[in-house]
Design a protein around this ligand. Structure first.
Ligand code: FES
Length: 167
């Protein structure tokens, strides 16, 4: 049994093989892998005896599902009313243009995934950008690009975490 089928088997068993529990199974898969890998979706379709097109219809309908891996960093830009009025659309446009990535997408080099969200509850700091959980206030298009440029590349992060795991 391949690694993918093993994981799918494990997830499907959690839900007593109920195909009506397809969405929670896909959510679990995404938690395990960080996204929905093609091989795993094929295994899931086979295991539940449902069509692959049904699985892809679910995966593409819900914006929380990802069909490609996330970037090494999470960049979230607040598009709530206060941030919006203070320039977040211009910041979003500048980031998209500079790094060739749309909101909801990941850069080609997988450096970061970009999200545009509603109010993050820090309106006094508007416009707000959150990078890997850290809040940046009063962001401008220039400072946003500078902050993102200063992020360690994906390879460095992978190297760092593999070193941490060596005892
Ligand atoms: S609108 Fe951006 S933090 Fe509230």
């Amino acid at each position: 049994m391949s690694e993918a089928s093993e994981l799918i088997e494990h997830i499907v068993e959690r839900y007593d093989s109920e195909d009506g529990m397809l969405i929670p199974m896909m959510q679990d898969l995404q938690v395990e892998c960080g996204y929905l890998p093609t091989e795993h979706l094929h295994c899931l379709a086979k295991r539940l005896e449902v069509s692959l097109s049904r699985i892809y219809a679910v995966a593409t309908f819900y914006s929380s599902f990802r069909l490609i891996p996330k970037g090494a960093h999470d960049v979230t830009l607040c598009m709530g009313t206060v941030c919006y009025l203070k320039g977040s659309p211009i910041i979003l446009e500048a980031i998209s243009k500079e790094f060739n990535v749309e909101a909801g997408g990941t850069t080609e080099d997988r450096l970061f995934s970009l999200q545009a969200v509603n109010c993050v509850g820090a309106c006094a700091l508007a416009p707000v950008m959150i990078v890997d959980g850290r809040y940046y206030d009063g962001v401008t298009p220039e400072s946003a690009i500078e902050i993102i440029r200063s992020l360690p590349p994906a390879e460095e992060l992978a190297e760092f975490s593999s070193r941490k795991n060596v005892k």
